[in-house]
Design a protein around this ligand. Sequence first.
Ligand code: PNS
Length: 188
Amino acid sequence: MKRIKAIYPGSFDPPTNGHLDLIERGSKIFDELVVAILRNPEKDPLFSLADRRKMLEAMTSGFDNVSVDTFEGLTVDYALRVEATTILRGIRAISDYEYELQMALMNRKLQPGLETVFMMPAEKYSYLSSRLVREVAQLGGSIACLVPELVAQKLREKIDVAHKFENGDPAAGKTPSEGKSKSRKKKS
Ligand code: PNS
């Protein structure tokens, strides 16, 4: 019987509950799903590729048919390299559609044998994006329920380090566990 292998490419900076929701849905309809994190030299991500990989690996450890990988270059080339036949992308709202359609059609032009499958995450995540999560977290808002706890923890660590750096703390170059830990004002 034909097995369907799909890739779920993205930046995942950071991965959110919306991504996880889509991964769960994808894992149910594809035999194999690879979450593929793009290394984009043009972007300056908040989280390193290694951090994003670790977070996604932890988030997806409960799914037998889901793995995490990183790639550079064209998504279609990566898909061919790992012998996937399908690209999974999420559409949250109509506003996503135009960009996603454009990408899907360009990918089809580049590689006609690959199909893009769109899935919708749960409605409760329809407003959720990595960009907004970063912004809310950086400005001290609550990101509970938007990202898994391990991602929230990593975000808090990043923001603590950034605040210490801004305040000229010499320990800022080190991870919070290595540096002097200052109490941080928590906002709910
Ligand atoms: O999570 P994102 O940032 O919306 O993901 C966008 C991504 C990584 C899927 C897209 O930028 C991409 O595929 N980049 C790889 C380069 C490529 O293939 N470009 C042509 C796309 S039509």
